[in-house]
Design a binder for this molecule. Structure first.
Ligand SMILES: Nc1ncnc2c1ncn2[C@@H]1O[C@H](COP(=O)(O)OP(=O)(O)O)[C@@H](O)[C@H]1O
Ligand SMILES: [Mg+2]
Length: 336
């Protein structure tokens, strides 16, 4: 794992995203704060519908603002000039530069991100020219990027159409396109979910390798704790729009405090644990409106059930952060 010293690259401060519809509003992300250091791999983990993708998309102001309302600050630090910029108040021109140039994305399903009717060459060269219109030889750069992401025979692959590549190769092409603008942060939103297991680990190794060779930070989104154990320096556990626990990776595995984190961990099979039954988390993630006063996990929480009448606060107040130490907090009234 990469343990380079980390100056701050990105700071998310009290980010909230509400989706507004005729039926009311849904609080998809509520009061989320975190930082990502230069060269760091931070991970967000949580079930489907917890707000992971909305958080990621907010980082480059990509959430559709005709149906949503975003509040808070997302600050990108410019070390050289010693300034920080709030992405949420950036102009359209600044955002164009920022997207891909500072923050780039890789999504779950490469086959739906690539255009089936254009050769890989055209698609990568377009990404290169977008960020570097004066480049002399975009094709040479495209070949270099394909080699960088470990695609064999890159010159030949440039002539392929997406359907001539396997899922893993397509995802490598998507990563090459994300690297075209030389981003400082790569947001990888479930980058291996659509791939089979052996290819998954190849792509994860590639991300790790890219992170080690450069100062590029990675925000990795996954519902797979095994992936996190291999790759991330820091983990944020999300539940229904809240970060319920945040800690260095080893602490999440060795000393998790929040009942949701514990439930996630005990739902993962571990070799050598014997034939104990895997735990499941009863029920599913609900949507909440902003006014909801209480812990969003309470109705599924085993600790609340165990505590019975003693767990007075679970449905009446939103838990504050309880700091286990300066880099580890949990938002549960009863987790200390
Ligand atoms: N465009 C949208 N319009 C309305 N609701 C949305 C939209 N995008 C996401 N949501 C809602 O926001 C919540 C979080 O979604 P998302 O971030 O995609 O979850 P995750 O990535 O953790 O699976 C969900 O309740 C989802 O239904
Ligand atoms: Mg998602």
């Amino acid at each position: 794992m990469n343990n380079k010293p980390k100056s701050k690259l990105l700071e998310v401060s009290n980010l909230s995203v509400d989706f507004i519809s005729s039926k009311g509003s849904i609080s998809a992300v509520d009061n989320v704060s975190f930082t990502i250091g230069r060269g760091e791999i931070a991970a967000i983990v949580g079930e489907s519908g917890c707000g992971k993708s909305v958080t990621c998309l907010s980082l480059a102001a990509l959430v559709d603002d005709t149906v949503s309302k975003t509040k808070g600050g997302i600050y990108l630090y410019d070390e050289k000039n010693n300034i920080k910029r709030n992405i949420l108040s950036a102009s359209k021109k600044e955002l164009r530069f920022l997207r891909g140039g500072k923050i780039a994305y890789v999504f779950q399903d490469p086959s739906s991100s690539l255009n089936p009717v254009f050769k890989i060459r055209d698609q990568i060269c377009e990404a290169i020219l977008e960020h570097n219109p004066d480049i002399d030889d975009p094709e040479a750069k495209a070949e270099e990027l394909l080699a960088q992401v470990g695609l064999s025979d890159p010159g030949y692959r440039l002539n392929s159409y997406p359907c001539q590549l396997s899922g893993g190769m397509q995802q490598r092409v998507m990563i090459a396109m994300a690297l075209a603008g030389n981003p400082e942060l790569l947001v990888a939103d479930e980058p291996t979910t659509a791939l089979d297991v052996t290819v998954q680990s190849q792509i994860l190794n590639l991300l790790k390798e890219l992170n080690l060779k450069t100062t590029m930070s990675i925000l990795l989104v996954t519902h797979n704790l095994g992936i996190i154990a291999q790759l991330a320096n820091k983990v944020m556990v999300m539940y229904a729009g809240h970060i319920v626990e945040s800690a260095p990776t080893s602490m999440i595995f060795e000393n998790s405090r929040h009942p949701y984190t514990k439930a996630l961990l005990s739902s993962v099979p571990v070799l050598g644990r014997g034939k104990t039954k895997l735990q499941t988390i009863k029920g599913s993630v609900h949507s909440f409106d902003k006014e909801y006063k209480g812990c969003r996990f309470a109705h599924r929480c085993y600790l609340r059930e165990q505590l019975g009448e003693k767990a007075q606060k679970c449905f009446s107040s939103v838990p504050d952060e309880f700091f286990v130490d300066e880099s580890h907090y949990s938002r549960c009234h009863y987790c200390n």
